[in-house]
Write a protein that binds this ligand. Structure first.
Ligand SMILES: NC(=O)c1ccc[n+]([C@@H]2O[C@H](COP(=O)([O-])OP(=O)(O)OC[C@H]3O[C@@H](n4cnc5c(N)ncnc54)[C@H](OP(=O)(O)O)[C@@H]3O)[C@@H](O)[C@H]2O)c1
Length: 374
């Protein structure tokens, strides 16, 4: 029994030295035969992928610089959405053919821990266990579905589970134009916080403001590459007090400057380091010779809580933290929350899409779409 025509998939042959090296030298597109149901389990589902998010983690993983790697050769694409084209007998009642689904990137695909690691979303077809699928919200596009879980679960884990943000507080969000940063803007506003968002581009900051940020600050560097201080602007926006919470997805000099933008006793959320991504050795060499460093004097004298916020690691170690997170996100979706999709590419343009993600060329989530079936 065939579930459809021959498709296309991406394959990472081996880890690159850097994400861009992986994109140029180790990533290729090839024909993909539809998965054969005779080889699948009773709880397996075949999804015809319609859209897959172009993720920062896809880039880091392809260079072996992420904390968890699928073993090459594998198909990248942590997050995707699509249509069910075959279900095993134990999955068919829940996921009939034609169901519109989102794949949970913690339970299937390259970021999962089990046998489904090789089934990423940069492909025409993916196989997932029934338990790793969720319904696409009514009225949503597949592109929106592909941009939901990773970004919004990260933003929730950081702001709520770790940061304890409450109504009336002020949050400084770095990397706010990015996939996780814009999700953080959306969630911080729903928590009743005031958002000060930073970014390097006036144009992208306009989009961030349209997405709910109360204030935006454009960050800049001088001719020597030194970051121009922005503490005075933050202090002016907070009546001289400083912010209650920093959401830092950028790292590098912005982190150190941010320690001077906070009130005494603030929470400092370490989300990522998009500005200094090559922390670990390339090609799976492990170690962290280029890790960011924060000054202990400022942390101590300002009584700061510095909180590491690794969403996937925390969830794998304690899956029980997830139910409240997903329930909150579902509640916000019912009230109108939806991801911002800033760029759409054909899967054939995957290399360009990944380069654009690495260079911060779009706002919010970016996706690739496989060719139409038949
Ligand atoms: N904690 C977690 O569980 C978790 C989960 C997912 C991702 N992350 C991390 O979060 C970070 C962001 O991921 P993402 O998917 O949101 O990435 P993204 O969409 O590329 O967004 C990152 C943003 O950071 C800013 N940025 C990039 N390079 C910069 C530089 N050199 N200097 C200053 N700003 C820079 C850009 O904003 P402008 O161009 O507007 O300046 C960009 O939009 C990554 O480090 C990722 O590994 C963490």
């Amino acid at each position: 029994m065939s579930v459809g025509p021959t498709g296309v998939r991406a394959v990472v042959e081996a880890f690159g030295e850097t994400p861009l090296d992986a994109v140029e030298r180790q990533l290729r597109l090839e024909a993909q035969a539809p998965p054969d149901p005779a080889e699948l389990g009773a709880s397996d589902v075949i999804v015809a992928v319609q859209s897959a998010q172009v993720g920062w983690v896809d880039l880091l993983m392809a260079s072996g610089q992420y904390q968890h790697m699928a073993a090459p050769p594998y198909t990248p694409g942590l997050e995707y959405a699509g249509e069910v084209v075959w279900s095993g007998p134990a999955a068919a009642a829940r996921w009939p053919v034609g169901a519109r689904v989102i794949a949970d990137g913690l339970m299937t695909g390259p970021r999962s821990l089990g046998p489904y690691q090789r089934w990423g979303g940069f492909a025409s077809y993916a196989v997932a266990p029934a338990a790793a699928l969720r319904s696409l919200p009514d009225g949503w596009s597949y592109d929106q579905g592909a941009c939901l879980l990773g970004s919004y679960e990260t933003a929730y884990h950081c702001l709520v589970a770790r940061g304890g943000v409450t109504a009336g507080e002020t949050v400084l969000i770095h990397g706010a134009s990015g996939a996780t940063g814009l999700a953080a803007v959306h969630i911080a506003k729903r928590l009743g916080a005031t958002v000060i968002a930073t970014g390097r581009s006036t144009e992208k900051l306009l989009a961030v403001r349209d997405n709910g940020a109360d204030h935006v600050i454009r960050t800049a560097s001088d001719a020597d590459g030194e970051l121009t201080p922005f503490r005075a602007e933050v202090k002016a926006l907070t009546g001289g007090r400083g912010v209650d919470v920093v959401y830092d997805g950028v790292g590098g000099p912005i982190s150190v400057e941010s320690l001077r933008c906070v009130r005494f006793g603030a929470r400092y959320l370490i989300v990522g380091w998009a500005a200094t991504p090559l922390v670990a050795k390339g090609a799976g060499g492990r170690g962290a010779p280029n890790a960011n460093v924060l000054p202990t004097n400022l942390i101590m004298m300002k009584g700061l809580d510095v909180l590491g916020c690794p969403t996937a690691i925390s969830t794998h170690l304690d899956p029980s933290i997830r139910a409240a997170r997903l329930a909150a996100i579902d509640g916000w979706i019912s009230a109108g929350l939806a991801p911002h999709v800033g760029a759409v590419y054909d899967l054939a343009d995957l290399k360009r899409a990944l380069r654009d993600k690495w260079k911060s060329r779009f706002v919010g989530g970016g996706v690739v779409r496989p060719p139409a079936r038949g």
